[in-house]
Design a protein around this ligand. Structure first.
Ligand SMILES: [Fe+2]
Ligand SMILES: [Fe+2]
Length: 183
């Protein structure tokens, strides 16, 4: 697989680790524990700032090339763009639910858990589709010139603030939670 796709695949692995951590937090009440909403909010903040603003932007550049070179794939690219938009909306929605819970505006923990569970579901579904269907397709269709085009087009891509070379202060606690969970 081309190194551009390998980097995006690594993001998927990291995102899955993060979603597993969130899922575990949500299930704590089943074992008599308390959900740490602050950890989930940190995870959502990372997803909003990295997955939605950097990872999806990179993918959209690749999908734009796919559409340009292979017009018969336009429908697929359209669906993926729509999924990216919905993912971004769902992150914001889940963040809103969590912020309300933390501020005691909404006390219905089941509503919060249901909203965050939906969020996890659509994230995993999208990642699964890209891993199974989209990345292998692109890897088989793209030629070196396509990758050169994608790399030349690349916007200024920010370093990953959680899993990158240096974890930003904002995500230190989250990083520690991931390590403690063995994720
Ligand atoms: Fe994507
Ligand atoms: Fe992705």
């Amino acid at each position: 697989m081309h190194e551009v796709l390998q980097a995006l695949h690594a993001d998927h692995v990291n995102l899955s680790r993060l979603l597993t951590l969130v899922q575990r937090e949500l299930r704590k009440p089943e074992q008599g524990g308390d959900t740490d909403y602050a950890t989930i909010l940190d995870a959502l903040d990372y997803i909003e700032n990295y997955a939605d603003k950097v990872h999806h932007v990179r993918e959209n550049e690749i999908y734009a090339r796919l559409e340009q070179k292979f017009p018969d794939r336009a429908e697929l690219v359209d669906e993926l763009r729509t999924e990216h938009r919905r993912l971004g909306e769902s992150t914001l929605h889940a963040t809103q639910l969590l912020s309300n819970a933390l501020n005691d505006v909404v006390l219905d923990k089941q509503t919060v858990a249901a909203g965050v569970t939906d969020f996890i579901g659509i994230q995993l579904q999208h990642i699964g589709r890209e891993e199974r269907e989209v990345f292998p397709l692109i890897d088989s269709l793209f030629e070196p010139a396509d990758w050169q085009h994608v790399i030349a087009q690349a916007a200024q891509h920010a370093e990953d603030p959680l899993f990158g070379a240096q974890t930003r202060d904002r995500y230190r606690t989250l990083y520690a939670s991931l390590s403690a969970a063995g994720e």
